[in-house]
Design a protein. Structure first.
Length: 317
């Protein structure tokens, strides 16, 4: 345990304390991201404000085009290099704690506060990335719906949707993750409807994988070549159909569908009692917070599919 009695006040040696709190934040934030964590990860180089992804793309050739003639040098192939620039957004939150609150077990109190803040920042980071991938154009709708605004209470998520998403990704030559499977991120409410519809059938629980130690955060199982992660961070489209029905997105990814850039690790910020100077003359207030800088971009449109559906557990069900 770090001894920080003197560090609760401005002027104390806070090096060990800062390192400890940074670890608390890292341990709480990064493992609680689901969409952010599934993207192709890059770290922003020091001294830069933007990151550029460079992607080589190549279309499938033809038999005639690739047939070699003895003794004849063939024509060169063609390919293209695409670049996607990512600007980062800084997000963060802090709270104020009184000297009275910090009298008993100050390390535990501050660490618990930072952990809670970090999980909230994690959820917001996921929302930030979700907002980016919502611009994807490979969109399908459950049941008989043909658009978000005409989804009805009959259009719940089903195994047919999973099969169609997988078939679309395969036909698009999207690259699967290690193990030859794609990834799906699903809201807990949609998962409820999905499990009722699929029953036990071909669903494979994550704890029955051949290598259950190699699973994504929140992974619950697999169906039709898709490994599913359940995320409470997923945002739905409130009252998006007819002004009364909430519409839920479920995402399907291939490898390199989208990229995520972050500026190093998330940081803890602790300002001890009295650090505000004359604004806190009696040293009554300390603050603790978390800040994190992150950005995202779609990299391969062909590797990203979104299904939209109704859920029987929605607030408007």
């Amino acid at each position: 345990m770090v001894k920080i009695t003197s560090n609760l006040y401005a002027g104390g040696d806070s090096t060990a304390l800062s390192r400890y709190f940074d670890k608390v934040v890292i341990d709480a934030l990064l493992p609680n991201t689901y969409i952010l964590g599934a993207g192709t990860q890059k770290v922003l180089p020091k001294g830069q404000n933007k990151y550029v992804f460079s992607l080589a793309t190549k279309s499938v050739g033809t038999v005639a085009g690739l047939t070699l003639v003895e003794g004849t040098t063939p024509s060169e192939g063609s390919w293209s290099m695409e670049q996607q620039e990512v600007s980062l957004t800084q997000i963060g939150e802090y709270i104020i704690m009184s000297d009275v609150v910090l009298q008993d077990s100050p390390v535990e109190i501050i660490a618990n506060a930072l952990s809670d803040i970090a999980m909230n920042v994690a959820a917001v980071a996921d929302i930030l990335v979700q907002d980016v991938i919502d611009a994807g154009t490979n969109v399908f709708y459950s049941g008989d719906a043909t658009a978000r605004n005409n989804i009805s209470s009959n259009d719940t998520f089903s195994s047919v949707n999973v099969s169609k998403a997988q078939a679309t990704l395969l036909a698009n030559n999207a690259k699967p993750y290690d193990g030859g499977m794609f990834m799906g991120v699903i809201h807990p409410h949609v998962l409820h409807d999905f499990r009722i519809e699929t029953g036990t059938g071909a669903w494979l629980d994550a704890n029955k994988y051949v290598t259950p130690e190699k699973i994504f955060k929140g992974e619950i199982g697999a169906l039709s070549g898709v490994r599913f992660v359940v995320s409470p961070n997923l945002q739905f489209f409130a009252n998006a159909s007819g002004g009364t029905i909430d519409v839920y997105p479920t995402y399907f990814f291939g490898k390199d569908a989208y990229g995520v850039v972050r500026e190093g690790e998330p940081q803890s910020v602790f300002n001890p009692l009295g650090s505000s100077g004359s604004a806190d003359p009696l040293k009554q207030r300390a603050s603790a917070g978390v800040k994190f800088r992150v950005g995202a971009t779609i990299l391969r449109e062909n590797a990203l599919v979104r299904f939209e559906s109704y859920s029987t557990l929605g607030s408007n069900s």
